[in-house]
Design a binder for this molecule. Structure first.
Ligand code: FAD
Ligand code: SF4
Ligand code: SF4
Ligand code: SF4
Length: 403
């Protein structure tokens, strides 16, 4: 019997599953659906090409084989679809594959009573980051000198973004190099610290699969009792095989996770510093937001925004029919969303006017957390954008007076 915290290598025994690593994720989903542990699976499948991820709602277990593999240029966030189209899983048990940001979004919606967690089974995917379809195509053409349509598969491995071509060759470029040149992973992914989604029932990945099983097995970490039960059931049914992880593999996985988390924190500092602080930041936010066309996409996409009556539609606050909207439109969002922002990047990625919404929100979330929560020794609160100063007093923000 497995238990929370257990780790192993696992691989499918189903020859029809061509998984990213060991195919354990597809096997577990299939097992859960075939045995009526869930009524449906919500996952991601390839659309017209590898840069076109599409949500897949599946009730026939046979259809899961076609979803196997990872789409790193897939930036979908699945939980809001459960709220919008599956009635928050009120009357239906759903298994869903989740990156760290998906898992956090699920809990945020559950906290707001929009998703019934009793009916959700989450299989987490470790996540080094994702690239937007547009960036992926542009960078493959310009930096790799390759026609993006000749790429049959992409992966992020050993710090490189690697593309595999139709003719069997491959080419990799270091992520650091790509990001220094302004391409590579999404900016929010560069800031992300949730690399192994232990908020899910099971967390799966390739980090730590070492030795003869490298590339052939999935690294599985059991994260809940529910996860242990489904995993044990699949092993007992003979659907997946397992073995103990190599000691060296465990060490490597731990080290990679630490390095990635440190990189996330470093990128947060770099990107937040670039916004400036205090009045300088406020001015920058106002300037950027002045491009807003009030299309509501950021609200539609955000997993924190789920109110029936949105205050941005109240004429007492936001003047109707005016584009760009008065800054109060954005202030309402900052006040309502920033404290819970999970840095999923949706509000920025989908904004037709390229307003760095997620960056603003994540900066505020991190700084509010620092101010309200455990204040780190050495943190200079007077440098916080929430700190009161005379030059900001008429800006419309509520600032905190420092002792
Ligand atoms: P499979 O049996 O191939 O099943 C994979 C499942 O994931 C399928 O159901 C598929 O529909 C679903 N899926 C594919 N793309 C997405 C997506 N974008 N969002 C949600 N679901 C999706 N592992 C690491 O150890 N280190 C990493 O840095 C890392 N980065 C990743 C980045 C992304 C964007 C993704 C999607 C995955 C990443 N993984 C990473 C996880 C790894 O690639 C495999 O998904 C995992 O090891 C499971 O392998 P498998 O063979 O068991 O999965
Ligand atoms: Fe992965 Fe984090 Fe980016 Fe989400 S925000 S896609 S979990 S790196
Ligand atoms: Fe995601 Fe943006 Fe909402 Fe934050 S504010 S949770 S980044 S959509
Ligand atoms: Fe404005 Fe962009 Fe939000 Fe649309 S998505 S309302 S343009 S900030």
């Amino acid at each position: 019997m497995s238990a929370k915290g257990d780790m192993c290598y696992a691989w499918t025994k189903d020859a029809g599953i061509k998984g990213e690593c060991g195919g354990a994720v597809t096997s577990l989903l299939k097992y859960a659906l075939q045995n009526h542990i869930v009524d449906a699976v919500l996952t991601v499948k390839k659309g017209v090409d590898i840069y076109d991820p599409q949500p897949a709602f599946i009730t026939d277990p046979k259809e899961l084989d076609a979803c196997a593999g990872s789409l790193h240029c897939g930036t979908l966030l699945l939980p809001k679809l459960i709220m919008k189209y599956l009635d928050g899983a009120k009357d239906m048990k759903v298994a869903v594959t989740v990156k760290g940001c998906d898992a956090k979004a699920m809990y945020e919606l559950a906290k707001r009573g929009k998703i019934n967690m009793d009916n959700i089974f989450m299989i987490g995917l470790n996540c080094g980051g994702s690239v937007t379809p547009f960036t992926a195509r542009t960078m493959i053409l310009e930096k790799y000198g390759i026609n993006p349509d000749d790429v049959v598969k992409e992966e992020i491995d050993k710090g490189q973004f690697i593309v595999m071509l139709k003719d069997g060759t491959h080419k990799g470029i270091s992520i650091d190099e790509l990001e220094e040149e302004g391409v590579g992973r999404r900016l929010n992914c560069q800031r992300c610290e949730t690399k192994i989604p232990r908020q899910a029932d099971i967390a799966c990945g390739n980090w730590g699969v070492f030795g003869e099983k490298a590339g052939k097995a999935t690294f599985v970490e059991i994260c809940s009792e529910k996860g242990a039960k489904v995993f044990d059931g699949a092993v007992k049914a003979g659907i997946i095989d397992t073995c103990a992880p190599e000691a060296k593999g465990l060490e490597i996985r731990g080290k990679i996770e630490n390095v990635m988390v440190k990189m996330g924190k470093k990128n947060q500092k770099k990107q937040f510093d670039a916004l400036g602080y205090g009045a300088e930041r406020l001015e920058f936010m106002q300037k950027e937001s002045s491009r807003c066309i009030k299309c509501y996409t950021c609200i539609e996409a955000c997993p924190i925004c789920s109110c029936k009556d949105c205050m941005t539609k109240d004429p007492n606050f936001v003047i109707p029919g005016r584009i760009p909207p008065n800054f109060m439109f954005h202030m309402i969002r900052y006040a309502h969303v920033a404290p819970s922002c999970i840095n999923c990047g949706q509000c920025q990625e989908l904004c037709p006017m390229d307003i760095p919404n997620a960056l603003f929100m994540h900066a505020m979330q991190t700084e509010i957390q620092e101010l309200i929560g455990a204040q780190k020794p050495g943190y200079d609160m007077t440098q916080s954008p929430l700190a009161y100063s005379e030059d900001k007093k008429d800006s419309g923000f509520v600032f905190i007076k420092m002792p």
